[in-house]
Design a binder for this molecule. Sequence first.
Ligand SMILES: [Zn+2]
Length: 273
Amino acid sequence: MFDRQFNPTRFTCVRKRKGLTKSQLAWLIGVELRTVSAYEAGTSVPRDDVFERIVSKTGFPADFFSGDDLEEPKADAASFRAMSKMTSRQRDMALSQGAIANHLCKYIEERFNLPKADIPDLSHEPTPEAAAETLRRHWGIGVLPINNMIHLLESKGVRVFSLAIEAREVDAFSNWKAETPMAFLNTYKTSEHSRYDAAHELGHLGMHGESVWGVKEVEKQAHKFAAEVIHAQTAMACFHCGAAHEGQRPRRDAARGVHNRDEGDVRARMATH
Ligand SMILES: [Zn+2]
């Protein structure tokens, strides 16, 4: 006799995470489609033999199916960049990973002290470039290179998770979960791409909060922000000559190395005029 808890939200999450439709899962575990629907609606629970098949066919541990409800990020609250390129199956896979990440995040936060969110409100900045400059100033990094964007985000309270989905169509996405910024990066892409995605999502988190995602203009702004925050192509004044080198980055090979940022000889500062 079945005597364990069976949480329908977890069952649904597992199906989506495996990229299965209800009919595909029904076929896999040897039941009717309507039976899977009933499990997901919470109007029926699987018999022991069916439950064993659910565990063995999905590869999720039996304990996963009991416990608190899992909270999936809403599709319209997540900053998916290219909804049109994604299939609903791929979107569900990404969102179900978000649900698992939310749960994992809660578990970790109850046991460890993680950095509090430190992302200034950039929604009133006149341009994405100005927003990037404000952020760099707020974090005290001026025009210094950002060697590890993901570590930087984590140190500023962003919970960064990987999206293990082997599909180029699935971009990174982010959302605010109450006071906590969450970012999900597709590790199927190159590290340079992930670094750019992290900066792009940072732009959404700072500039757009929980406003509507997917709007072309909003995406454009996040792209401009990412380029600017990574390259810091801001007007800079040379520490030595005082001249403003508009739109230039400190040069690695400048005469006498006065602009060599990589060796810590940073002689440029943000222009304040
Ligand atoms: Zn975006």
